[in-house]
Design a binder for this molecule. Structure first.
Ligand SMILES: Nc1ncnc2c1ncn2[C@@H]1O[C@H](COP(=O)(O)OP(=O)(O)O)[C@@H](O)[C@H]1O
Ligand SMILES: [Mg+2]
Length: 144
């Protein structure tokens, strides 16, 4: 896992607090939780529990729904940035034909389909975009 501190800009939006490059395997969800937990502890972020849950869902999605998990040696990247009033977490995967799409009624299926719905409920803001590597799914929580 590569970690970096400092203040490089994240997509022009904030100061980078940490960056982790993880294998596209199921165990990376728990590594990402620990990584985000530690960064947000240091940052004094009050919504760390929500952020930890959400990063776990997004990393799980990168593993299940993109080349990060489908390719041998696939990777995904987690970025955490301080954007002033908010903390932003980005999960960058290696792409797929599909797109992140929250289900409208996750109660139809108790096992699956709740990840992005949950992010929509818990995040102060969230979204996704394609970049040259794949999909970037991001969310924000209040910083202080
Ligand atoms: N990173 C991603 N890349 C491509 N498709 C995605 C990604 N994340 C989510 N999706 C799509 O959005 C759907 C909803 O995601 P989610 O709410 O987490 O439910 P689940 O992962 O249980 O299917 C997924 O079934 C998948 O089709
Ligand atoms: Mg999911």
């Amino acid at each position: 896992m590569a970690m970096r501190g400092g203040s490089s800009a994240l997509a022009g939006e904030g100061a980078l607090l940490g960056r982790a490059e993880l294998p596209g395997t199921a165990t990376s969800a728990s590594v990402a939780r620990a990584f985000v937990r530690e960064i947000l502890r240091v940052a004094g972020c009050p919504d760390a529990d929500d952020a930890i849950l959400m990063v776990s869902e997004l990393v799980g999605n990168a593993v299940q729904h993109s080349d990060s998990g489908w390719r041998r040696d696939g990777l995904l990247t987690v970025l955490v940035a301080d954007c002033g009033k908010t903390i932003q977490v980005d999960v960058i995967d290696q792409g797929s034909d599909g797109r992140p799409r929250p289900r409208r009624d996750p109660s139809e299926n108790a096992e699956n389909g709740r990840g992005l719905w949950l992010v929509g409920e818990l995040a102060s803001s969230w979204g996704w975009r394609r970049d040259r590597r794949g999909n970037v799914v991001w969310f924000q929580v209040p910083a202080k």
